[in-house]
Design a binder for this molecule. Structure first.
Ligand code: EPZ
Length: 424
């Protein structure tokens, strides 16, 4: 086992390159099941969630060939089973995209209920609603999503009761080969949904409206392979924006789509942080003034991302005064707070709203990553704290950040991975 050790406080400098978007990559990798041909996917982040997704496809019979660290050839024509390997499926929430893709291709699926980061209940009732609207009979029992449809998935009108990224993606996957036009209303608008739609359109699908709250999918039974490059990861970019802002550093963040970062740059500018946008880059200017406290509310895209809640809390701990984060997406996103409190953070959470009284420098401590973005927040806290911070359970961090230790080290952070004696 390993832990991350950081000596702070750090000043960062230079430039960092953002990797491909995790939440687009997992959707596109499993979408190849529905494409049923050979695809080449580029700009895949080198993270454990993607390695796991590729392993699941191979266990189902697909042929996966590594072209380089971030580029793979995936041929799903040989897939001969709809049974995804339980031991792997339970480790990652996005595994449930296998259900939508398998229903589209085979008219049947049997997928273990998803795992992933545990921040409260994460129901899948809207996924089931979409599948049933398309004619599938769905059973959720003994820990499986067990569904089947006679004569193929049907075009349908799906109205989601809540905005759901996963539900929107699964509805697109399940309908992409159906006869007729499926309409999804109250759809999620995240950039990774647009990326999935673009990938499937490169494969011969006819999807319009992705990125808006109404998406139309004109099914096509004859999809074909393609070569596709994924968008950069807006949450990784946001994490490095906070790293620079919290340490008072100037940092060039390359390989970004500034439009995707707008909710973060506009909100964080209210603290006094200055950003300079390039075509595919974002410069975080060195802090010249005292930053101001702000109030944030997480919302579905294009609102402020819930996946930036923990990281932003670290910045607010560094700002004199009282700030608030109102979390509206997940009912238990604040599991990181106890770990930050061990570092001296002054945070109270009540009814989904964290009140953060910042200004006291955080103190180094031994902490844990309790989920993916909480783990990233612990790294940021280690960068600003006085002393040596160690972070355990870093497997969470490695699920979604491509070489974050190497990237931070290359821009001046004193950070390394250390082997832990395993006495178990
Ligand atoms: C995706 O999770 C992301 N994961 C999450 O990122 C992200 O936090 C989340 O979207 C919101 O942006 C992946 O893309 C793999 P949702 P997902 O369905 O799809 C409720 C990360 O750190 N809901 O949009 O699970 C749900 O409880 C991860 O990269 C239902 O009620 O999120 C939540 O309150 C963490 N019924 C809200 O909707 C359903 O059937 C949003 O969930 C589905 C969801």
């Amino acid at each position: 086992m390993e832990k991350i050790v950081i000596n702070g406080p750090s000043i960062l400098n230079g430039s960092v390159k953002i990797s491909g978007m995790k939440n687009a990559a997992v959707a596109v990798v499993f979408a190849t099941i529905a494409v049923n041909d050979e695809c080449i996917i580029d700009n895949l982040p080198n993270i454990s969630d993607i390695n796991l997704a590729l392993k699941i496809l191979e266990k189902m019979g697909a042929v996966v060939e590594k072209i380089d660290e971030n580029k793979y050839k995936i041929d799903t024509r040989p897939i001969s089973t709809i049974m995804a390997p339980d031991e792997d499926v339970g480790k990652m929430r996005a595994s449930y995209y296998i259900a939508g893709a398998s229903l589209a291709r085979f008219g049947v699926c049997k997928v273990g209920l998803p795992g992933g980061c545990d921040f409260g209940s994460r129901p899948i009732d809207q996924h089931v609603k979409a599948f049933e609207a398309m004619g599938a009979k769905v059973k959720i029992d003994e820990g499986y999503i067990d569904a089947s449809v006679v004569g193929g998935m049907k075009a349908a009108n799906v109205y989601f009761d809540c905005v759901t990224v996963g539900g929107t993606i699964n509805a697109i996957l399940a309908s992409v080969r159906s006869e007729g036009v499926t309409v999804i209303d109250n759809a999620a608008r995240e950039p990774h949904i647009v990326d999935l739609a673009n990938f499937l359109n490169f494969c011969g699908a006819d999807i319009t409206g992705a990125g808006t709250d109404t998406i139309k999918i004109k099914g096509n039974k004859q999809l074909h392979g393609c070569e596709y490059t994924l968008i950069p990861d807006m949450i990784e970019a946001g994490t490095f924006m906070i790293a620079a802002a919290a340490t008072g550093s100037e940092l060039m963040i390359e390989n970004v789509i500034p439009k995707h970062l707008e909710s973060m740059t506009s909100k964080l500018s209210e603290t006094g942080i200055v950003f300079e946008e390039g075509d595919e880059s974002l410069l975080v200017k060195r802090k010249t003034t005292e930053l101001r406290p702000i109030n944030i509310k997480t919302l579905p895209y294009p609102g402020f991302p819930t996946d930036m809640n923990p990281q932003t809390a670290v910045l607010l701990c560094c700002i004199n005064g009282s700030s608030r984060i109102n979390e509206t997406i997940f009912n238990d996103r604040f599991r990181y707070v106890n770990e930050l409190k061990r570092m001296g953070a002054n945070i109270d959470v009540d009814n989904g709203i964290a009140t953060i009284v910042g200004g006291q420098r955080l103190r180094a401590a031994n902490v844990r990553a309790v989920d993916l973005r909480a783990g990233a927040a612990m790294i940021l806290a280690g960068l600003v704290a006085e002393g040596s911070t160690s972070i355990e359970d870093i497997f969470y961090i490695e699920r979604g950040y491509d070489n974050i230790v190497e990237k931070l080290s290359s821009i001046g952070a004193s950070i390394k991975k250390v082997q832990i004696q395993d006495f178990s």
